[in-house]
Write a protein that binds this ligand. Sequence first.
Ligand code: SF4
Length: 332
Amino acid sequence: MTLVDSFGRSHDNLRISVTDRCNIRCFYCMPEAGVKFQPRDQILSFEEIERFVRIAVTLGVRKLRITGGEPLVRKDIAELVRKLAAIEGVEDLALTTNGVLLGAMAQELYDAGLRRLNVHLDTLDRERFKQITRRDDLEKVLESIEIARRIGFGPIKINAVAVKNLLEPDIVPLARYGRERDIEVRYIEFMPLDSQGLWDRDRVLVQDQMIAMLEGGIGPLEEIPDRDPRAPATEYKFTDGIGRVGFIASVSRPFCLNCNRIRLTSDGKLRYCLFAIEETDIRALLRGACGEAADEEIREAIRGSVQSKWIGHEINSTRFVPPPRPMYSIGG
Ligand code: SF4
């Protein structure tokens, strides 16, 4: 069984936000202070998430990504990793983290069955790291990446949000860092998902600009033919054979026509798109009843959400309406 929307796109990739809380404060995601987080009893339990994933797998979901906020601030997160890794039909399990707590938890996560990591890191410069995140944790993040490499996680990728007039000096150093460690750096175009309405098209460093910087600073790049056209990143390799980079160009080169992703928020809402305005309340169904009939109702809700999915975000149209929740309460 597959989850196919009205545009013929099949959906096998579920992103699971396990918390809206975070231990850093990236300015393009949340304000420094005064953030209202979800009350704990509104957050799905690991058992509820596991039940939802088991149902989603019967509809063809195969790939899972654990996100936040920052997933590693969720207590006993390795327990959830263990539960999800044990579900028959799950072929791929990954986690996106800001890396601050990763070093201390890496072995436990690895033992629980996690292998794939994306570490969110925009700069290797301590002052700019503090400026972006309002925390002085760069050293911890870099140390965590080394620990994760030593333990054997792989692939490890770096996600860097490329904000214009701020992160230009980091584009080339990050790629060099990746080349030295066989880590793919993914540059993400700044998207209108922040909670303070800071986004502006003029603050988006686009893929073509970053490619020009990388070719100028390191060397020629060659596009790698799509292994999976539904994957959000376009990947390139340096022609000298050392290292690769990726671009998630949601603004300048939207990839919605191949989208295979749905998202579950930490408070149990199903979103067919990162920018969706409407959501489906799965928590109410999960907390309603148990048993096969109830599972079938949840299956219907998932199908219904996918069936109502739009063709894609409208960032580049005058109709664009920012989603009613910011990035930290949706998850990457
Ligand atoms: S913006 Fe929405 S439809 Fe487009 S790729 Fe992202 S999640 Fe899919």
